[in-house]
Design a protein around this ligand. Structure first.
Ligand SMILES: [Zn+2]
Ligand SMILES: [Zn+2]
Length: 317
């Protein structure tokens, strides 16, 4: 745990994913305690969080507000747990019919999800692994029952601070970064990460062009008046605009790499194996597939590629 500013603490909590930890931010002031993100519902994460709170003389029940940056399990997983203890939970309105619904009503997207994988060339054996990984994740996610919808530009006054919600879709449809205007600091969630490029995936429940959304969000973040971005994973980002531009350049390079692999028509699954040739577990392959599909659909909307099928094979125009 580290105090970043008076009353603003960084709490790195272990998660059983390749990123190893998720960064939560605790705000304490004005007689209130709030948390930005909650970690995943594992015993290890809950234990780590309990110890951090104890160091500050606090317990779970003292957390009165939860500000979620997005619906991914490592950020949203314990939101329902805190809500059950009396905390109010904020989530961007765009997440409610999509990412949030994906957790509270699994049947809503079940069929569409498997159809999406199959229609884009995913083999049954791979689907089996993906299905198992998802079942395991669902056990660790406790969705909030009554999240309070957040809108772009809304200013929340919690724990003695003013936080402006910036809708920054792409990594998740209802992703928000919270700007502490007075301090010139951004709580960036997963929109900007120090060491890796945040996953941008097209899923059965997402908006139609997540990569286009993400590139616009990065352009917006490059203009944000913040000297530092504290992100959902890894260390702080000192040059916010520079990191945003690096990520834009990364995606431009990946789009070119994808076009280079389209010397013959191929499915999104085949292309994901070429773009991400490293060894990945089922969850990793699932992300690689969704990221490849997001890039392909971006190119299709731009008129650079077409597709035939199902099973859909993409080709260069
Ligand atoms: Zn995320
Ligand atoms: Zn994350």
């Amino acid at each position: 745990m580290r105090e970043l500013l008076p009353g603003l603490y960084l709490l790195p909590v272990p998660i059983p994913y390749p990123l190893k930890t998720v960064n939560l931010y605790l705000l304490k002031g004005g007689g209130e305690v709030a948390l930005v993100d909650t970690a995943l519902g594992t015993r290890t994460a809950r234990g780590a969080l309990e110890l951090y709170l104890a160091e500050l003389g606090l317990c779970f029940q003292d957390v009165k507000a939860i500000l979620l940056t997005h619906h991914h399990p490592d950020h949203y997983g314990l939101a329902g747990f805190f809500e059950g203890l009396g905390a109010r939970v904020y989530l961007h309105e765009e997440e409610l019919p999509r990412g949030h619904r994906f957790w509270v009503a699994p049947e809503a997207f079940e069929e569409a999800s498997w159809r999406l994988f199959r229609e884009h060339g995913t083999p049954e054996a791979a689907l089996l692994g993906i299905r198992e990984a998802m079942t395991k994740t669902r056990e660790r996610v406790h969705p909030p029952r009554h999240p309070i919808p957040l809108r772009d530009g809304e200013v929340l006054e919690v724990a003695g601070r003013r936080l402006k919600a910036l809708w920054t879709p792409g990594h998740a449809d209802g992703h928000v970064a919270f700007l502490l205007e007075d301090e010139g600091a951004l709580l960036a969630g997963d929109a900007l990460l120090e060491r890796v490029s945040p996953n941008v995936g097209l899923w059965a429940y997402t908006r139609e062009n997540p990569l286009r959304d993400f590139l616009s969000s990065l352009k917006r973040l490059a203009e944000v008046p913040a000297e530092v971005a504290h992100a959902g994973h890894f260390g702080p980002i000192g040059e916010v605009a520079k990191r945003a531009h690096e990520l834009i350049a990364h995606h431009e390079a990946r789009l070119l790499a994808l076009l280079a692999h389209l010397e013959a028509p191929r499915t999104a699954w085949e292309l994901s194996l070429r773009l991400f040739p490293q060894e990945l577990d089922a969850a990793g392959r699932r992300f690689a597939f969704a990221e490849t599909l997001a890039h392909l659909e971006y190119l299709r909307q731009e008129g650079e590629v077409g597709r035939e099928g199902p099973p859909y094979r993409y080709f260069r125009r």
